[in-house]
Write a protein that binds this ligand. Structure first.
Ligand code: DC
Length: 231
């Protein structure tokens, strides 16, 4: 059985995190949340007063940074320099700040290298914006998740509510639309479906439905591939 790299990309609120985590669990794979890595870098920059344009300051900050992800009682915990920042990286402030941070080429190169290192042995579901296009262009299975803006806003409001943060659907909708625009028009690794990616629209799918679909595609590709005979 081959251990695959599964790339899941898509805009904010398309269901990437819950889908990727659940696909990983079902297949017995590791799960890697690359958005959390950008958020943790953004948090550290905010705490240390390093601006997104300050490439020198960023280089220095990255030299010392330690990023870890671990699963604990069904929840994904993010550690920054040994400290649990799982909730601290999900605030609306960080969601705003992470946009310009993720556009910085020094940050991207650093995190792409780290992500390749973390996923190189396979048996991993990697979720983000540029996984199928840049980080693992040879991934055995590439998924591009989409959902309409209203549905994504409703999901995000629910997630925030779970963390005790109250925002209206309208506010979240506006912030998501801005982030979509920013993520898909930036110069460096813009958000787009990778060549060969399978597009899954989750607007009317249940979580179970989307997980099942991806797991069955993965199981098919885990089987040893037959070599094509020359005609
Ligand atoms: O998925 P998320 O909302 O946690 O991502 C946070 C930000 O990081 C988002 O603005 C896009 C950026 N990001 C990125 O540029 N590349 C990735 N592979 C993952 C996230």
């Amino acid at each position: 059985m081959r251990k695959l790299v599964i790339a899941i990309d898509g805009p904010a609120g398309s269901g990437k995190s819950s889908t990727a985590r659940s696909v990983a669990k079902t297949l017995g794979y590791r799960y890697l949340d690359t958005g959390a890595m950008y958020r943790a870098v953004a948090l550290k920059m905010l705490e240390q007063g390093v601006e997104p344009q300050d490439s020198r300051g960023i280089e220095e900050l990255l030299r010392e940074i330690r990023l870890e992800q671990k699963e604990e009682s069904g929840k994904t915990r993010i550690l920054l320099d040994g400290k649990d920042v799982t909730d601290a990286i999900r605030t609306p402030e960080i969601s705003l700040w992470v946009g310009p941070v993720s556009e910085n080429p020094t940050v991207r190169e650093f995190l792409v290298r780290l992500q390749r290192e973390m996923g190189k042995k396979g048996g991993v579901v990697v979720e983000g914006r540029d996984i199928g296009t840049v980080v693992f262009p040879d991934a055995s299975l590439k998924i591009y998740l989409i959902a309409d803006l209203g549905e994504r806003a409703r999901r995000r409001v629910r997630d925030l509510h779970g963390q005790g943060i109250v925002q209206t659907e309208e506010e979240v909708r506006e912030a998501l639309a801005k982030r979509d625009e920013r993520d898909s028009t930036r110069n460096h690794s813009p958000l787009q479906a990778a060549a060969g990616a399978i597009v899954v629209d989750t607007t009317d799918l249940t979580l179970e439905g989307q997980v099942e679909k991806i797991v069955s595609l993965a199981r098919e590709r885990e089987k040893p591939q037959k070599l094509k005979k020359n005609p």
